[in-house]
Design a protein around this ligand. Sequence first.
Ligand code: ADP
Length: 683
Amino acid sequence: MPIKFSKNNLLFVALFAGGIVLPTAILSFLSFRNIQNEIFLAQKTFDENRTSFQKEVEEAIAKEQEKIYQETKAASLFLYEQPRSLLEFGNATAFKDVNGIEAIFLYNDGKLIYPDISSRYFYKTAEFSDAVASPIEQQLFQEEQQSLQDNASFIARSMRMLHSPFETKNEQVQNILGLTRLAYKSQNYPEALKLLKVLEQHPHLQGYLHADLTRSVNLLHFEILVKQKKHQEAEDYCLEVLNQFLQSEHIENIASARFFFEEAFTQILSFEDLSQEKREAFWNLRSNFNHQLGYTNILAKYKDQFIELMDNEYMSKDGILYRSEGNTTLFKMSYPQLSGNQIVIAKIDNENYQNRLLDRVKSVSRSWKNIPYTIINENNDILMGAVPDSASVLTQVRISDAFNWEFTLYEKDVKEIRNESRQRMFLMYGLLSFSLITVILGSFFMLRFISQEHKLLAMKANFLSSVSHELKTPLTSIKMFAEMMARGRVQKTEKVQEYSGLIGKEATRLENLIGAILNYTRMEHGTGAFKWEKLDFSICVQKVFDAVEDIGVEKGLSFHTHFAPNVFVMGDYTALYSLAQNLIENAIKYTNAPGDITINVYNEENRGVFSVADTGVGIPSSEQKNIFNDFYRVGDEMTRSTKGSGLGLAIVKRVAETHKATISLTSKPGKGSTFTVKFKKVD
Ligand code: ADP
């Protein structure tokens, strides 16, 4: 259909084209031109990016290491302030851990001052090893352990020994132990304690009992105190043993010492009557002591490395010196802030240290995607990144002081760059085309909408003028005949009859026309005005047929009808009447004589069917969807010479819609049309 524009529409179109379409087109053009430079730009950007990336990775690693050094320093300061003697445990504070560092050793003027106990063992005993038990001690220890399972025989033996004179010190020890166990079993705690004291006070501690057995005796003693609920004494005893342990000249079995103290501290911490202050103190003491024991172990294990590091002169004021052996890495750092010459030796915790560095690199690489790089360790394991397919190395640098890591940057394949920019270009092209298409389609639909609105307005105006004309024509005839009769000019009875008949006919025409308009407005206002009832549609159609049959017959048309009984539907009678009337009247109007009109009403499964078929002018398929629109009339000769409002089929469509019925139309120009309406049947 041709689109007609008013002046206003033209202005709108001009603004639309000038304001949206034109700028979009220019923008698209400019963007396309920019994209041409994309590949060149991509290469340049890559060169710049990888330089920045390398710098950032190096900086990230250096920064994280610096952070670890600072934290280590802070932790060692804290060690410096820890009480020198562990027995000032009330002043000991919770231990500070550094993520990535396993142990920290603090030296002052070349002397190890933390961990406290290690310093004693480290310098006083040349050999660091667990004390070796004599065969007699081992036998005693075994028996002591066995007795836990085999009480009866042990007690029997002790009883026997009690009655025979002691021959050796060993026998004596053995016997006292037996007696102690006996007293302990029979819950004679004072007696057991008395015997234990004999063992502890005599030179057995260093002479007869080896380290494990000493701790067993200690533990038994401690447990008896706990059993007797002498909590204060138990605490004192534990501290006394600790004191002895710290003051003893020889290194003992650290594992068994650890076992005793862990047991004792745990029990003390579970005393309900322990004051909050003491609980805190014991808690700190335990963690501090455990750290100290752990550190002492490390020191003993890597003694040579420690000595080598301490002897190494190479050391700037703030310098860091690393030494690695196998999986063990130590570093030495000095800091002159404190009094004297402070030196810290730290053992790094490989996994955590490594993770701290890699996490930093990870967060850097996140903002530098598409740059091929790797970080590999000395075993050639790739820790980060991936080797690209066409790997030509650009730069290779060593990063991290602690590990032998190699950071490699690779040349980017030109193909890859090209692909990437091509992808970006496609995306841009796609987006631009999409926005252009959207703007064009939008404009098209907008214009169509505007022209349709415009057309509708024109149709309404046309309708009004044709309706007033339609109303006026019968009115003029009625007026004319009525006046003629009023003036008494019509004398003959036949004439009077003829004129009044004509007046009646014209009045009926008027009535129909007004009826159609009212019907239409009724439909327009919706179903509120409807009266719903169950009715036989055949009867309704029969009524319509009776009213219009004469017009058709007069025109020279033949009717074929079949109205089946009991075609029940739910609906509004007046609305259904006008549906049938419009379809049948149209068939009569748009069929020239001689012609056939077939009207059927029947039941089909669960539907009530009404069809009107004619052999009239037919409707071109391009018009078939339009004829149901309000005021729409086909622009052919036949329609022009036929009176109508363009409302008939609009009413039919609305009635069908409100009754949930379907309408179908088959028509061929020159051959005729068939309208079929299918209703939902009710029983
Ligand atoms: P009108 O008052 O013009 O008849 P309608 O809405 O009833 O208005 O019909 C719309 C147009 O559809 C008509 O102008 C006519 O061109 C066409 N039309 C309707 N029914 C028939 C039919 N049975 N045969 C041919 N053309 C038809």
